[in-house]
Design a protein around this ligand. Sequence first.
Ligand SMILES: [Zn+2]
Length: 291
Amino acid sequence: MKGLPTIISLLLASTFSLAQDAPPSFKSTEVAPGIFVLEGDGGFVGGSMTMLVGDEYNVLIDDGISPLAPALLEAATDLAGGSIDFVINTHVHGDHVGGNAAFSENGAVVYAHENIRKRLLEDPADAGGPGGLPVITFSDQVTFHVNGLDAFVFHVEHAHTDGDAVIEFRGSNVIHAGDIFFNRLFPFIDLDSGGTVPGYIAGQQLILSLADDETKIIAGHGVLATKTDLQTAVDMLVDSQTRVSALIDAGNSLEQIQKANPLAEYHDVWNWGFITTARMTETLYRSLTDN
Ligand SMILES: [Zn+2]
């Protein structure tokens, strides 16, 4: 959880100051029949969201940051042409579960990995309050059979956090990766919430194994991606880990490693406000030294 309030307030501050108090709106793109990606237009609205829209049920995967929950509720209801029946959370962070309470109040049933509920029981604020707690939890996997589609939801252990889920839309060749994938952004690997670098890499490799050259991969942050984009992200992370590991083996401290800047060649593409090159280096250092 550490760091998330910071990113949200930071991004919100920049969002609203740029837009002079006009909050961002939402736009949708249909990536396969009945499967839409919802994203912010004019500012940060949270992590990527995916919607299944059809005759039987409307399903929303992740629901943004809580300040924008009323706007998201309206946008999602408009797109669906009715209320949202199910919400699935990919992990516990406040930019992915912020609308839980608002959607629950409006009749949606929230599904999530059991560790998300455990963490939200301690601090439900990120989900919009106690009303945002997941109602149905799973430990390993669950499948939604709706609108003629199969949405296979499966847990990936100790990757971005300890409660991550990936959703594979079987038959539609779409995968919602959640924050196990940041496209062209250094990834946030939340070591303080049960995430690990080896688990993160293993999760990315698992998603790669499910994808082909036509697969549309929805990253938790960053633009709609292909298998090549995900391969590029895994290669970057594995190489970065190797570089930091070599400097640790040579006896360097974190400060010395950050000064040597072993990730310099990745800076221009991957560095961003929340996970800077220095912070990525620190995450790898902490992971490799168990600090
Ligand atoms: Zn996250």
